[in-house]
Design a binder for this molecule. Structure first.
Ligand code: ADP
Ligand code: MG
Length: 374
């Protein structure tokens, strides 16, 4: 993969930079600018080398050119962070120009060659720092890159790819994967990839219920994906004792902050109850295994951590990951949100900015946006 070191002399050149500025916006205000800050090293390095920037980013999923999906607040915030005016629009002039939301263009998600040619004609070089969009073959991630002789990964994308490929290629052992979240079907590929490579896979979240259902346990009214049961059965058959499932659970009578709550010593969920977190013995076991790991990859919360009564398992795992002496890598939007909620986001080796892209890379799938930078 080419990096900024391979880009050559860019003094006075216009560089098209695909960034991930898909930030949460409420009433026109950015509520979390982490993604904008994450691109600063690349943008500042390019500017220090004399480049003029043409930034491209998507925001949400506009159907038309709805004003609530405009990048105007993002351009303003970036301007404050860079200390330079960021002008918005394809025809704007200036040292730092940002295109409007690339998804205002119907050709973006179709990787339309016409659109890619138009954008490529505006710049002398291409840099992709949007790891979170690298698993999509869109005009701004692949189309433009393929038309540019000079193209490279930005520092953020470079770090993401190198870290995640490092986990696959040569991890310090034991390699422990902690996989939770809502749906097993989202994460089958990753479970299978780790079955081949990891020393242990610790399962939490609602994801454990298809496994329990496959084993014949009662799951009560737990979130248990029907289509997940067959794959869970298959994974159980090949996993042996590498796959570690919860031994006890916290249950609630409904998915609510004021739910009635109980800890049960086993995993059979009574009728009328749902499993909403891993239990204390499981949390302790996972904590110990994480502490002893050479490498930890964590994706997906251990329970419904948004609910006051069911945050314990996720907090225990997050703290264990933060304190672990091994290399720790966390991926996934909700896992990242949990870490941030506990004030631990800076205590891991690498917090991935791209949930879907990180999972696909770990599954061993080539990412189109990364392949285009070879
Ligand atoms: P990530 O974004 O980190 O990949 P996911 O999106 O897969 O994570 O899963 C996060 C969601 O899973 C959270 O909204 C959480 O409430 C939900 N979840 C986890 N455990 C349970 C459970 N036992 N019952 C219901 N929802 C759960
Ligand atoms: Mg999520």
């Amino acid at each position: 993969m080419r990096t900024l070191d391979d880009l050559g002399d860019i003094d006075g050149k216009r560089v098209f930079v695909r960034v991930d500025f898909n930030v949460p916006i409420r009433d026109g205000e950015i509520t979390d600018d982490t993604r904008i800050r994450a691109a600063l090293p690349t943008l500042e390095e390019l500017r220090a080398k004399g480049a003029r920037l043409l930034l491209a980013a998507h925001l949400g999923r506009p159907k038309d050119r709805e004003p609530e999906f405009s990048l105007a607040p993002v351009a303003a915030r970036l301007g404050e962070l860079l200390g330079v005016e960021v002008k918005l629009g394809e025809d704007a002039e200036g040292d730092v120009v940002m295109l409007e939301n690339v998804r205002y263009e119907p050709g973006e998600t179709k990787n339309d060659p016409e659109l890619a040619r138009r954008w490529a004609s505006l710049a002398d070089a291409y840099v992709d720092d949007a790891f979170g969009a690298a698993h999509r073959a869109h005009a701004s991630t692949v189309g433009v890159a393929e038309l540019m002789e000079r193209r490279a990964a930005g520092r953020l994308l470079q770090r993401e790819v190198e870290t995640l490929e490092g986990i696959l290629a040569d991890p310090a052992r034991p390699l422990v994967a902690v996989v939770g979240g809502a749906k097993v079907t989202d994460k089958i590929g990753v479970l299978e990839a780790f079955l081949e490579r990891a020393d242990a896979i610790l399962v939490g979240g609602a994801m454990c219920f298809p496994f329990f259902a496959a084993q014949g346990h009662s799951v009560g009214s737990s979130l248990c994906e029907e289509e997940g049961i067959a794959p869970a059965k298959r994974i159980l058959a090949e996993a042996g004792d590498k796959l570690v499932l919860p031994r006890d659970l916290a249950i609630g009578d409904r998915f609510a902050d004021d739910a009635q709550r109980d800890d049960i010593p086993g995993i059979d969920v009574p009728d009328g109850w749902m499993g909403l977190d891993i239990g204390p013995r499981t949390a302790q076991d996972y904590e110990d295994r994480i502490a002893q790991a050479g490498t930890v990859f964590w994706n997906g919360p251990m329970g419904a951590f948004e609910l006051q009564g069911f945050v314990r398992g996720t907090r225990t795992v997050a703290e264990a990951v933060a304190q672990a002496s091994g290399t720790t890598v966390v991926g996934g939007g909700d896992s990242a949100a949990a870490l941030a909620q506990f004030g631990l986001a800076d205590d891991v080796t690498h917090l991935s900015t791209g949930g879907g892209a990180a999972l696909e890379l770990l599954e061993g799938k080539p990412l189109p946006g990364v392949e285009a930078l070879r």
